[in-house]
Design a protein. Structure first.
Length: 420
């Protein structure tokens, strides 16, 4: 089978901003994929091409759309959709810049994901089977209290996540998350009043808490109220996204102004107080050194994740591996711009004993590709927001369907995904 047509259009993401939808026609079937978009983006991410000017406050993506319809269509029309590497290489070479700034990574990522889906269709297999041989249902990390750039409150830590790793299956994790989310809603209303249940960009609540301890304590209380055991069934994770509160060498967080060393001690004490299994971006995006020190200190029991630190870029990841900075990669396909380069970063992580968490962005859509990527690549972990709001539940629901389809062939790592 060949790609008959490559097209694109401007559609809206979950925040209401425009984004690129690519459409690839194979055997008369039109297959689409949508580029996501971050808010707390890393400096070293591939370039998201926006139009500027007045339209959509400068956020239009008509240039990226045009690049798909003309240049990208020119090189991919007539090629085999099952050859992902060839399609991704052709787009990367056509772009010719290190960060895909000419064509836009929002253009290439939408096309790359659409090619993957088209390749799966051409081969007559599900996307997860087309892109890898894994049959691993990931442990989900649910962001149920939103802070930082994803909410409008005082909480500086961006994501407070529920990790129900002690439950026996993916679907049981999802049920626990939904039950705890509802119990958290009641608890927040009782503690802080009705406006505390307003939500942030990823569907988690955005209550008026000032510190991460207050947020984590409340989540554990909600888990207990819902009948789940913290430390046995329920664990916690956080994404500090600390570049967002780093200025002039100090971190303004939890009502304190801290040096990197003091912040490191703060994390260590949080891991003693709470069943934390994962801390993402603990220090600003270029601080490999302090990240390495913290990894050495607590990395044997707590996963230290590089998101803005690595930006799904194998070169930055290899530097981290060499220096011992972090022990897990947060994988976001749009940070690098193609499925092939993301697979490379995942492969390099596994080869070097680093874990991989497939991740959504804070600006999302109904596209569910990342659920398949996590299963096919066998990453064992995914984070895709709260168990609420359509763009988040689309991914969680896709995993329910995959679990059902795989039946007894499905592998669920549970606590082992975190070395517990
Ligand atoms: C993150 O930082 O991990 C995240 C999902 O947020 P964003 O998409 O805003 O970078
Ligand atoms: Mg992050």
């Amino acid at each position: 089978m060949i790609i008959e047509k490559v097209w694109a259009r401007e559609v809206l993401d979950s925040r209401g901003n425009p984004t690129v939808e690519a459409e690839i026609t194979v055997s008369g079937h039109r297959i689409t994929a949508i580029a996501p978009s971050g808010a707390s983006t890393g400096t070293w991410e591939a370039h998201e091409l926006r139009d500027g000017g007045k339209r959509y406050g400068g956020k239009g993506v008509l240039k990226a759309v045009e690049n798909v319809r003309t240049e990208i269509s020119g090189i991919l029309t007539g090629t085999d959709p099952a050859d992902q590497e060839a399609a991704d290489r052709a787009m990367t070479e056509l772009d010719g810049t290190p960060g895909k700034s000419r064509l836009g990574a929002n253009a290439t990522v939408a096309v790359s994901l659409a090619v993957a889906k088209a390749g799966a269709m051409a081969e007559g297999v599900p996307l997860y089977e087309h892109i890898g041989k894994g049959k691993v249902l990931p442990v989900p990390m649910f962001n149920i209290i939103n802070g930082g750039k994803h909410a409008g409150g005082n909480l500086k830590i961006q994501e407070c996540m529920l990790v129900p790793a002690g439950l026996p299956s993916y679907s049981e994790c999802l049920r626990a998350a939904s039950e705890i989310y509802m119990s958290l809603k009641n608890l927040l209303k009782k503690k802080y009043g009705p406006s505390a249940v307003n939500i942030g960009d990823e569907g988690g609540f955005a209550p008026p808490v000032n510190t991460v301890s207050e947020a984590l304590e409340t989540i554990l209380e909600a888990a207990s109220d819902a009948g789940y055991a913290p430390g046995k069934e329920i664990f916690l994770a956080m994404d500090a996204a600390s570049s967002e509160f780093f200025e002039n060498g100090r971190y303004d967080v939890d009502g304190m102004s801290l040096t990197a060393g003091e912040l490191s001690d703060h994390y260590v004490s949080l891991t003693k107080e709470f069943p934390l299994v994962s801390i993402e971006d603990p220090f600003f995006e270029d601080d490999f050194e302090t990240t390495a020190q913290l990894t050495k200190k607590i990395g044997n029991k707590v996963q230290i994740v590089g998101d803005d630190l690595f930006v799904t870029n194998t070169e930055r990841l290899m530097r981290g591996i060499k220096e011992g900075a972090a022990n897990a990669l947060l994988l976001k396909v749009n940070q690098i711009g193609t499925v092939t380069e993301s697979a490379e970063a995942a492969g390099a992580s596994f080869e070097n004993g680093y874990r991989v968490i497939v991740s959504h962005r804070s600006g999302e859509s109904e596209d569910t590709s990342i659920s398949d990527l996590s299963v096919g690549w066998g990453t064992g972990q995914i984070k895709t927001g709260a168990p609420a709001r359509g763009e988040r539940t689309a991914k969680y629901n896709r995993l329910l369907r995959i679990e059902e389809e795989l039946g007894s062939a499905a592998v669920f790592p549970g606590k082992k995904a975190f070395g517990l």
